[in-house]
Design a protein around this ligand. Sequence first.
Ligand code: ATP
Ligand code: MG
Length: 149
Amino acid sequence: MDYKLTSFSEEDTKELAENIESEKFPNMVICLDGELGSGKTVFVKGFAAALGIDENITSPTFNLIKEYNSGEMPLFHMDMYRLTDPNNVEITDYFNKQGVTIIEWPEMIEDYLPAERLDIKIKVVNENKRVLILKPYGEKYEKLCDSVL
Ligand SMILES: Nc1ncnc2c1ncn2[C@@H]1O[C@H](COP(=O)(O)OP(=O)(O)OP(=O)(O)O)[C@@H](O)[C@H]1O
Ligand SMILES: [Mg+2]
């Protein structure tokens, strides 16, 4: 089952991230799919703040993956926009490091994504309005969506 939500502000998107964070578990994977400026990094910032991460979250554009360890659980933030060769990056290692992985531009690593994960598609409606479609794959993610949405 898919879940559809409307976000009317950056704060709404952060609130969704906080709600999902409250149901976190080790090795959780969230894929954020949406055009440039749709709010993917905003979501990651909301999630990181809820984890208690005190560092500033910036898009890992050139290093592709950033690791934050100051929160309740490690956070691995991937931005695959500039990925040239998936074989050069130890992407799948991160899915077993007992942290949460959030991926921007997941289509770049489609073949490497775990079967069980939460996909969030962000559609830009206008300047501040976004439609978010959540699609859980696997029982844990279905339960997660059931309890937060
Ligand atoms: N409802 C909303 N949810 C999230 N962001 C919003 C919303 N309305 C407006 N914004 C604005 O849209 C921008 C989203 O920027 P953000 O960096 O998160 O995009 P992105 O999807 O990560 O882009 P990129 O693909 O370049 O990394 C921010 O300036 C934010 O304030
Ligand atoms: Mg971004």
